[in-house]
Design a protein around this ligand. Structure first.
Ligand code: ATP
Length: 292
């Protein structure tokens, strides 16, 4: 149980309502209880329409019309940078450079510091060469990178990235993940909304949203593979098959994770099951050793 500290973000029995397509008020998030500590990395996952973006906007401090419950914003202050899935909807400037400058000015960064921060942000998102091109000359991916450059240009206490790499190729996706992780190492708390479960770091915190509720809040390895007590019960109840909170959330396990579970089910792998290339490497080394 996480204890509510004064500087934490705390959502207590928070529900969010919005107009549905018939113009009627319907619930988008229901009775959310969540605590986020300064400097934490929080991955948010869930199927389409489960409420991830609504939660991301709430955490970023964007105004929602109908909210009930208690929200303590703690270290996050009134609002923080957020990158949305559709970059077009959030671009204010005419070019990537303007976008970053505006973001820094809006955050009240001293003028003499702005230029260096702009160059750094453009450089690490690979946008320097197109920094002064207008949006109509840039791809959706470049526009998304510009929104990311603007959101990450200055260090903030909280950063919310809502499927912010959805339009990017693998190398740009990796670059953005690196930027977010660097900021996180320097103390920025990050909300990382994703549909890609292979992006989950081992033993980092995952919140899964289903039907507007938090259906899982725990460590990523447990989210993919289940916990041992549950595993024991599952095995007793249904032979040797185990239950994954990820599957219960309606999400597909990454291929390697599914294989790890199958190997555990037939007694060939034990907990903790591997999540990373490094951990898989160790498993394979041991398989090699067994054969000697
Ligand atoms: N502008 C809107 N108009 C009508 N319904 C909406 C609107 N925004 C969200 N909703 C509804 O609220 C619920 C939660 O939506 P939300 O965008 O938070 O989910 P999500 O998990 O982020 O989905 P996705 O992965 O598809 O982006 C869904 O049922 C969605 O249809």
């Amino acid at each position: 149980m996480r204890v509510a500290e004064p500087e934490n973000i705390v959502l207590k029995d928070v529900s969010v309502f919005g107009d549905n397509t018939d113009g009627e008020l319907s619930v988008r998030l229901e009775d959310i209880n969540l605590v986020m500590a300064p400097g934490e990395w929080l991955s948010v996952v869930g199927v389409n329409g489960s409420g991830k973006s609504t939660l991301a906007r709430l955490l970023a401090g964007l105004q929602a019309d109908h909210v009930t419950g208690e929200i303590i914003r703690g270290f996050a202050g009134q609002s923080c940078p957020i990158v949305l899935q559709q970059p077009k909807s959030q671009l204010f400037g005419e070019t990537p450079r303007e976008e970053v400058v505006f973001a820094l000015q809006w955050r009240g960064i001293a003028l003499e510091n702005i230029n260096a921060l702009v160059e750094r942000a453009l450089n690490r998102t690979g946008l320097t060469a197109v920094a002064d091109s207008t949006w109509d000359r840039l791809s959706g991916g470049q526009q998304q990178l510009a929104a990311i450059a603007a959101a990450t240009a200055g260090e903030t206490k909280l950063l919310v990235l809502d499927e912010a790499t959805s339009m990017l190729d693998d190398s740009n996706r990796d670059a953005v993940m690196r930027i977010a992780r660097d900021l996180n190492r320097n103390g920025t708390a990050v909300v990382w909304v994703t549909q890609r479960l292979d992006e989950l770091e081992p033993d980092s915190r995952v919140v899964a949203i289903g039907g507007g509720s938090v259906i899982f809040d725990g460590e990523s390895r447990e989210f993919l593979y289940g916990i041992s007590e549950e595993l024991v019960e599952a095995k007793e109840a249904r032979g040797r098959r185990s239950v994954s909170p990820c599957l219960r959330a309606g999400l597909r396990l990454p291929y390697l994770a599914a294989m790890a579970m199958e190997l555990r089910d037939i007694g060939k792998l034990n907990d903790p099951l591997p999540m990373t290339a490094l951990e898989w490497g160790k498993v394979l080394e041991n398989v090699g050793d067994e054969g000697k």
